[in-house]
Design a protein. Structure first.
Length: 425
């Protein structure tokens, strides 16, 4: 049975949530493997809009079990809020949502440190984080002073671990102008969260191994995108985890040999929220127009997203580092009205044309994109059901993307609703 990974192929917000929700109806397990409540995955169905931050996007399919894997960093307060929000719209997470006992916990001091550090950075050094405590929580995980979900169930050990972590966290909070935290400020709150979350916390690694052995259909849901990957993204303007396919294995305990499909999701254009290089960014009215038509405002922070043309140099790089063997192109409809559309096919760096993605962030800031221009189709693609029904200009545009990247097109999305999707054979 397939073990499919759904990955953001750009800087996040490609429409992963919609695609995961759509694929969930045939999936036994949907598993988040990294990131935390920095993610905002929007689902639209039955005329309703719902944004998920931590709970996997399969939660509204009754037959699907949702797993938050060990690679995720979990804010227990946010998770409890999200469980209630999901419940309010009619889905019951109890018994269907399982949380890894080894996933790390985001504590209030991680959020305080994330925000204090961002505030203390000069304008050029600001990353533009979501302020959700993601970076500091992963720092504590790596420094081996983090708390894991299982620790929330043991008050004595939790007290010792929080006290130890606060020894240096308070020095840093003080240094960056944040308010210091006492163990008692957080301990009781975390004990209460632990009690409420107890029924959900389990050994998900074992669960997923059993699922693999009984040939279940598994879908691994990435957050963020390949270009925000800690190792392979536009460092330091990245998130602190591995959204790429390797992260799907370390973040769940599912081995690389079990993965059958690696599906990259890209928009028909490109967006980025937060700081860092973005070669094909449009700084003009057209960028603002795409933002308006595409509704490009952060699903987590509400910040306006930076908009530009699709960048195939970056997309091919994302395809390579992930081993993508399927591509989904979303938000094609946003370009419907344009007279012409462009795709970035190379960069000019110091007078030379290059077709590889530079790993030096300063070089990436300096490159000039080289475009191929296509005639716009200037007709609505919304609701189209087959590839052949697309205007030829749109077909040419889609074919050019896939042939450059060398990955077959699997799905096209022409609207936010599940029904507005075309599957290709
Ligand atoms: P994610 O983080 O990758 O799940 O993406 P977000 O939910 O942050 O952002 C994608 C936005 O685009 C959401 O508002 C979706 O409802 C919307 N969306 C997804 N696919 C399409 C599409 O094909 N067309 C349009 N117009 N909107 C889409
Ligand atoms: P989804 O899953 C887009 C960006 C932030 C910032 C950088 C680091 O919805 O695609 P962090 O809070 O992670 O330390 O911030 O990463 N970022 C995202 N951008 N979509 C996301 O998630 C993002 N999650 C983080 O804006 O630039
Ligand atoms: Mg998002």
């Amino acid at each position: 049975m397939p073990v499919r990974v759904v990955i953001g192929a750009q800087w996040g917000d490609e429409g992963k949530g919609k695609i995961v929700a759509l694929l969930s109806n045939k999936t036994n397990y949907v598993v988040r493997y990294q990131g935390g409540a920095n993610a905002g995955h929007t689902l639209k169905f039955d005329g309703k809009t719902f944004v998920l931050h931590l709970i996997p996007s399969g939660i509204f399919h009754e037959g699907t079990t949702c797993v938050i894997g060990n690679g995720v960093v979990i804010d227990p307060i946010k998770l409890l809020e999200e469980i209630e929000a999901v419940r309010k719209v009619g889905a019951e997470p109890m018994g269907r949502l399982l949380v890894s006992e080894t996933a790390h916990v985001i504590l209030p001091y991680h959020k305080a440190l994330d925000q204090a550090r961002e505030n203390a950075r000069s304008e050029v050094l600001k990353i533009g984080t979501t302020g959700r405590g993601i970076g500091p929580a992963y720092v504590h995980k790596t420094a081996r002073i983090g708390l894991r979900m299982m620790d929330l169930l043991d008050a004595k050990s939790m007290r010792e671990k929080i006290e130890y972590a606060l020894d240096d966290t308070n020095v840093l909070l003080d240094l960056h102008g944040g308010e210091t935290v006492q163990t008692s400020d957080v301990l009781q709150q975390m004990i209460e969260c632990g009690e409420k979350l107890r029924p959900y916390i389990t050994n998900t690694t074992q669960l997923l191994h059993e699922a693999l052995e009984s040939d279940k259909d598994i879908l691994l849901e990435g957050a963020q995108g390949a270009l925000l990957d800690l190792d392979h993204g536009t460092y330091p303007f990245v998130t602190s985890s591995s959204p790429t396919s390797g992260g799907a294995c370390t973040g769940t305990g599912i081995p690389p040999t079990a993965l059958t499909h690696v599906m990259g999701i890209t928009k028909a254009y490109c967006t980025r929220v937060g700081n860092g290089p973005f070669p094909t960014e449009l700084h003009d009215d057209l960028g603002a127009e795409i933002r308006k038509i595409g509704g490009e405002f952060g699903a987590t922070t509400g910040r306006p997203r930076r908009c530009g043309w699709i960048d195939l140099v970056a997309l091919k790089y994302a395809a390579r580092i992930n081993g993508m063997n399927e591509l989904t192109i979303t938000k094609l409809d946003v370009l419907d009205h344009l007279e012409e559309v462009k795709i970035g096919v190379a960069y000019k760096l110091d007078g030379k044309i290059i077709t590889h993605f530079p790993l030096n962030t300063n070089d990436l800031e300096r490159v000039e994109p080289v475009y191929e221009t296509f005639k716009g189709w200037q007709t609505s693609t919304n609701g189209i059901k087959t590839f052949e029904e697309f205007p030829t200009q749109a077909q040419d545009f889609l074919n050019a993307i896939c042939s450059y990247v060398g990955v077959p097109l699997k799905m096209i999305s022409t609207g936010p609703d599940r029904s507005e999707t075309i599957r290709l054979n």
